[in-house]
Design a protein around this ligand. Structure first.
Ligand SMILES: Cc1cc2nc3c(=O)[nH]c(=O)nc-3n(C[C@H](O)[C@H](O)[C@H](O)COP(=O)(O)OP(=O)(O)OC[C@H]3O[C@@H](n4cnc5c(N)ncnc54)[C@H](O)[C@@H]3O)c2cc1C
Length: 453
């Protein structure tokens, strides 16, 4: 079976590091399997909705399998509390399909516009990681199209190593054609408690306290007019039987469209400083009912907001630091607030719970800090390299789904189980069919010293 493709220029969500690949859009797992059979020397990468910020879903000179047509969503198995969804189904579509029956997905990242395949491949976390773990913890089975074309149903019982290597494996163990997801009976409405904090210590303390009492928590922090003051939001889903749970509480999300072309970077020091002042000083209601989506993914209402960063795009730096690394977090926050060579436009601090089982899964128990910078400042790369070194020295790591610039030698320092992951990856892909721009840059499958594929 021949599945035709088209040449396309692709980027990640940050719109940096474009590359050109032959994009094939299989309509079935058989077509995905056939496409894997006909790839050239530059290999193949699976792609979902392109929400990874960097180059994880790109494959310059090779093939990219756009999996978004594998988007079937089955009926909810109410007895088992599960649903089978295609690897290309978005969490948004699944959320809408199951909400009518009173179910929700237990883990949703800060955007609903990601696919099941992307969510498993990055083992994404949400604002409830301290309670719920990451996405992979709620996956029962993965239908994986392996690089040799075979389709296999992978569970923890059938092949634990492959299951774990796939959750967080950045698409490099096979094409996720479908997955069985565990659901939760809950309402789509949350009760949100919001507090303002005056500095980083107060923000950290508020997050620790919020985690002890609430299912979801997050802090938006100011690194332009301050060094970590912010707003901490904590939330809990309200009782399904409460009348307000069935209503549309707080669903009136802000709807703003960003123009298709923004010729210059609008994200500058003065504008961010003014925005943060307004945002942090706005009147807040200590407690309010809101839709979970509006609380969890406020940026979804803005559509293609990276365009605000102009043609050069943005880099998001997201790191995790383990418990006990509070001092390292403080020095990193201060280094960014005092000396970043580009404006730290948008910064979020969260706490993560216990690590999952995937050797390349990002979350480790402790803190995670995510900061957006406009790309293009000449010494931004060198500055972020120094942050990488601090993060690695503190036992932390950078999130591969957000990365577009890290150096390969950082990988074994940040992901000490990489050799275990490579062993499983090589078992299912001995010919080296699966790769990506991220893989080539960081030497994930082959190691930094073995050279490009
Ligand atoms: C506004 C915003 C907020 C975000 N918030 C969070 C957050 O709170 N927590 C978090 O963890 N992440 C967050 N992310 C990152 C995002 O959840 C991940 O990058 C996710 O992987 C994107 O899914 P996608 O479908 O867009 O995949 P893509 O970006 O297209 O691909 C991402 C990776 O998944 C692989 N992949 C995609 N589909 C398949 C498939 N069918 N089979 C095998 N591999 C596949 C790709 O090869 C690639 O390695 C956020 C991103 C944005 C833009």
């Amino acid at each position: 079976m021949f599945v035709p493709g088209t040449r396309q220029r692709l980027t990640g969500w940050g719109r940096t590091a474009p590359s050109v690949a032959t994009v094939v859009r299989p309509a079935s797992r058989d077509e995905a399997s056939a496409a894997l059979d006909t790839i050239g020397a530059r290999g193949v990468t699976a792609r979902g909705l392109g929400r990874a910020y960097g180059d994880a879903a790109q494959n310059g000179g090779g093939t990219v399998l756009d999996c978004t047509a594998l988007d079937a969503i089955g009926a909810v198995d109410a007895e088992r509390g599960t649903v089978v969804a295609g690897g290309g189904a978005s969490l948004d579509a699944i959320g809408r399909a199951i909400a009518a029956h009173g179910w929700v997905l237990p883990v949703v990242p800060g955007t609903r516009i990601v696919t099941v395949g992307g969510a498993i491949a990055a083992d994404v976390h949400g604002k409830g990681h301290h309670r719920d773990g990451s996405f992979g913890a709620h996956v029962e089975a993965i239908t994986l199209v392996l690089p040799d074309g075979e389709t296999r149903e992978v569970t923890r019982a059938s092949d634990r190593a492959l299951f774990d290597a796939t959750t967080g494996g950045m698409g490099l163990t096979g094409v996720i054609a479908a997955a069985t997801l565990r659901l939760e009976r809950a309402s789509g409405t949350v009760r949100v408690t919001t507090t303002r904090t005056r500095d980083l210590d107060a923000t950290m303390l508020a997050l620790v306290e919020a985690d002890a009492r609430h299912r979801y928590s997050v802090a938006w922090i100011d690194l332009v007019g301050g060094r970590g003051r912010g707003i901490v939001g904590a939330a809990d889903r309200i009782d399904l039987d409460a009348p307000s749970a069935r209503g549309e509480a707080g669903r009136r999300a802000l709807r703003l469209a960003v123009p298709a072309v923004v010729p210059v970077n609008l994200v500058r020091h003065a504008s961010v400083r003014a925005f943060n002042e307004l945002w942090l000083r706005r009147p807040i209601r200590a407690e309010a009912l809101q839709s979970f989506d509006a609380f969890n993914a406020p940026l979804d209402a803005l559509g293609a907001w990276p365009r605000l960063y102009g043609p050069r795009g943005l880099l998001q730096y997201q790191c995790a630091l383990p418990i006990g690394a509070d001092a390292a977090l403080r020095t990193i926050v201060e280094a960014i607030a005092d000396g970043a060579p580009a404006v730290p436009a948008f910064a979020v601090l969260k706490r993560l719970g216990a690590a999952g089982d995937g050797p390349l899964s990002f979350p480790i128990e402790g803190w995670t800090l995510a900061v957006d910078f406009p790309a293009g400042a000449p010494v931004l790369g060198a500055f972020l390299d120094t942050l990488d070194e601090r993060v690695a020295a503190a036992g932390g790591r950078v999130y591969l789904a957000k990365d577009a610039r890290m150096r390969a030698e950082m990988v074994p320092l940040m992901y000490p189980r990489i050799d275990e992951w490579r062993e499983t990856q090589a078992r299912v892909d001995p010919r080296g069919v699966l790769t990506s721009d991220l893989d080539r840059r960081l030497g994930l499958t082959r190691g930094a010293t073995r050279g490009p594929r």
